[in-house]
Design a protein around this ligand. Structure first.
Ligand code: ADP
Length: 153
C-alpha cells in the first residue's frame, strides 16, 4: 500500500482550515499514518524545494513556508500518491478545479494551502525527510474492509 506526504502550509495554519483540509483526507478513506506540527528551516527547504532553486521566487516561497509552523501528515491507501495529488489540484489555485483543496480554499500560486508528493519515488524520499521511522504508525484501519474490495490491494 502506498504512503504519501501532505504538508499543510503556514497559510493553512494561519487561516485556521487545518481541520477542514484534513477532514477531506479522512472522508476519502485514507489512513492517517503520521501527523505532527513542525517549524521548517531554510536548511530543509533548500532540499525540499531544490527543483525551484533557479527560480526568481525561490527565497519568497521558502520564506512563506517558515512564517508559521506547518502540519506534516502521512496518509496511506491504494494509489494514495495519485489520489492525494488529484485532491490537491493545480499549483495555481485560481485555476485549480472546484472540488480540489486548492480550488476550494485558495486564490494564489504561492499560498496554495498544501504540498503533496508528486510521485511514488518522491513520496518515499519526502516522508523520510520530514518523519522519523517511529513517527509513522502501521496500525490496522478498522474500516478497511468497507473501503476496498479484497482484490484492490
Ligand atoms: P506543487 O506544489 O503543485 O507540486 P511545485 O513543486 O512546482 O508545485 O512548486 C512548489 C511550490 O512553490 C508551489 O506549491 C508554490 O507554493 C510555489 N510556487 C511554484 N511556482 C510559483 C510561482 N510561479 N510563483 C510563486 N510561487 C510558486
Amino acid at each position: 500500500m502506498e504512503k504519501t506526504l501532505v504538508i499543510l502550509k503556514p497559510c493553512a495554519v494561519q487561516r485556521a482550515i487545518v481541520g477542514q483540509v484534513t477532514a477531506r483526507f479522512e472522508q476519502k478513506g485514507l489512513r492517517l499514518a503520521g501527523m505532527k506540527m513542525m517549524q521548517l528551516t531554510d536548511e530543509i527547504l533548500n532540499v525540499h524545494y531544490a527543483h525551484l532553486a533557479e527560480k526568481s521566487f525561490f527565497q519568497r516561497v521558502k520564506d512563506s513556508m517558515m512564517v508559521a509552523p506547518v502540519i506534516v501528515c502521512c496518509y496511506e491507501g491504494v494509489d494514495a500518491v495519485e489520489t492525494v495529488r488529484t485532491m490537491t489540484g493545480a499549483t495555481t489555485s485560481r485555476r485549480a478545479a472546484p472540488g480540489t483543496i486548492r480550488g476550494d480554499f485558495a486564490m494564489s500560486f504561492q499560498e496554495n494551502i498544501i504540498h503533496t508528493s508528486d510521485s511514488i519515488e518522491n513520496a518515499q524520499v519526502e516522508l523520510a525527510r520530514f518523519f522519523k521511522p517511529e513517527e509513522i504508525f502501521d496500525y490496522d484501519q478498522a474500516t478497511f474492509q468497507f473501503l476496498y474490495a479484497n482484490d484492490e490491494f
